[in-house]
Design a binder for this molecule. Sequence first.
Ligand SMILES: NC(=O)c1ccc[n+]([C@@H]2O[C@H](COP(=O)([O-])OP(=O)(O)OC[C@H]3O[C@@H](n4cnc5c(N)ncnc54)[C@H](O)[C@@H]3O)[C@@H](O)[C@H]2O)c1
Length: 398
Amino acid sequence: MDQQSPFTHDVVVIGGCGHVGLPLAIALADSGASVLVYDVAESAVETVNNGVLPFDEPGAAGKLADAVSSGNLRASTDPAIVGVAENVIVVIGTPVDEHLNPDPQAIPRALDQCTPYFRDGQLLILRSTVFPGVTRLVEQMVHDRGVRIDVAFCPERIAEGRAMTELYSLPQIVSGTSPEADERAAQLFGRLTGQIVHLEPEEAELAKLFTNTWRYIKFAAVNQFYMIADSRGLDFERIRQGLSQDYPRAADMPGAGYAAGPCLFKDTMQLAAFNDNNFALGHAAMLVNEGLPLYVVSRLAQRHDLSTMTVGILGASFKAGSDDIRSSLAYKLKRILSFKARTVLMTDPYVTVDPELVPLDKVLSEADLLIVATPHDEYRSIRTDKPVADVWKLLATA
Ligand SMILES: NC(=O)c1ccc[n+]([C@@H]2O[C@H](COP(=O)([O-])OP(=O)(O)OC[C@H]3O[C@@H](n4cnc5c(N)ncnc54)[C@H](O)[C@@H]3O)[C@@H](O)[C@H]2O)c1
């Protein structure tokens, strides 16, 4: 920090022990910034202060250990630390509730604990995916409290597992509620990337939701194609590879698979709510993607008497190579099967938070039937003569 600054630190990340907050805090610390992390999760704060990641994120562990030992990164559960940093970045989770309603007050409410510590001259950057309009709501909230703070929205667009490369390689969307806020936010993210894209806050809020919803709809399209082909005994992956071979207009067609995780579904529902629930395509995508596990189990039930069988589920996390089980459709498969099968066994080489998981060997030896729920590389080499429901076509590509 420069000697004249009223602040002792460059950045504080609120929610900075989370899956996207922590990689950002680490990358900023690695760029030479002095970074504080404020988080309500006590055990994660302790883990981070020991220089250890609370979850897997390739390429982040060494940089975290260095940042903590050099003093460039420190975590705390004390909201007072929000007052000592020039830039305040908010990356707390923004879930929809159990009825799929987004809560536009979630971020303002979370910030409530911190507002007593806000100080004139700070830059407040919202980085969580927010319900459109929340940036202006927060700007209004801080101004109502009489603090002169610049407010910006700069959405996070990394994918978990690639944070430590994508933070540097992806363009950063920057939107300030004033030209000063815009300029200051661009300068801060200029520490990580040379490519800044300027939008207005309302545009940037929609840009983030459109990005995730676009992906979710694409997955739904191929999942529907998969069900059309599969229900007629045809191999969708064979068809997809055939139609996209040397055909550029279909080159971006993804393979079928369980489209899950903490972002795509939730953000599609936020966009639907924003549009007064007039979002036929988004809702259809939800029905297809969330319906795929039900389709797979009902197809299996047509061919097998599941009530006499042990079903083995390969994979628990929501995507390959990850230990994150949030909104994983593997658990939906498990729930459906727990009503239909004699026994359900589930395994995952990465997940550490579920005591009911069993070793792969046990699943392979005891299950009568296997379902590939997560396309972990570790499963590619499995050879089995048991029936396998493998939407990903993982085992067959070995
Ligand atoms: N996970 C992703 O791949 C991804 C990618 C891009 C954007 N996002 C968005 O980033 C945001 C965060 O997602 P995440 O996956 O990192 O969530 P997360 O649950 O992993 O992290 C959120 C963190 O915020 C902390 N927290 C919650 N309430 C708090 C409060 N009031 N004060 C301080 N800390 C608080 C939690 O303890 C947690 O450590 C969401 O809006 C999400 O949509 C996520």
